[in-house]
Design a protein around this ligand. Structure first.
Ligand SMILES: [Cu+2]
Length: 117
């Protein structure tokens, strides 16, 4: 059985399909997103597992009534997060390993570790 392409009606649809295919090929994949919550000067979770070898987006939600400074020497990141607001930090691609972080203003309790695996 042979298929002949006689109907031009489907040509626009085909063009649209090809255009969509090409467009989707060029959209860079968004970084995977991970969330940390700061509540009562403690990070939740205290250990956050993320994929090694790719850039990730870390959203830190400060639910406390006072500002905190997210800091990590190993991640080379430092960011003030005002009370009741969120901050976004991009890290990586990370080698497999453990990356401690802390809240500069509440170092006794605001502590955690990013684990890249
Ligand atoms: Cu600092």
């Amino acid at each position: 059985m042979t298929h002949t392409f006689t109907s031009y009606k489907s040509l626009p649809a085909l063009c649209v399909a090809v255009a969509l295919l090409l467009a989707s090929a060029h959209v860079p994949a968004a970084e995977p997103e991970y969330k940390l919550t700061l509540r009562n000067h403690r990070f939740v979770p205290t250990e956050l597992r993320v994929p090694a070898g790719q850039k990730i987006k870390l959203v830190i939600d400060n639910q406390d009534a006072s500002a905190e400074e997210f800091e990590s020497h190993e991640l080379n990141r430092e960011k003030i997060i005002p009370a009741g607001s969120k901050a976004t930090i991009f890290v990586g691609p990370l080698k497999p390993g453990r990356y401690p972080f802390f809240g500069e203003f509440n170092q006794a309790t605001a502590r955690g570790t990013l684990i890249a695996e």
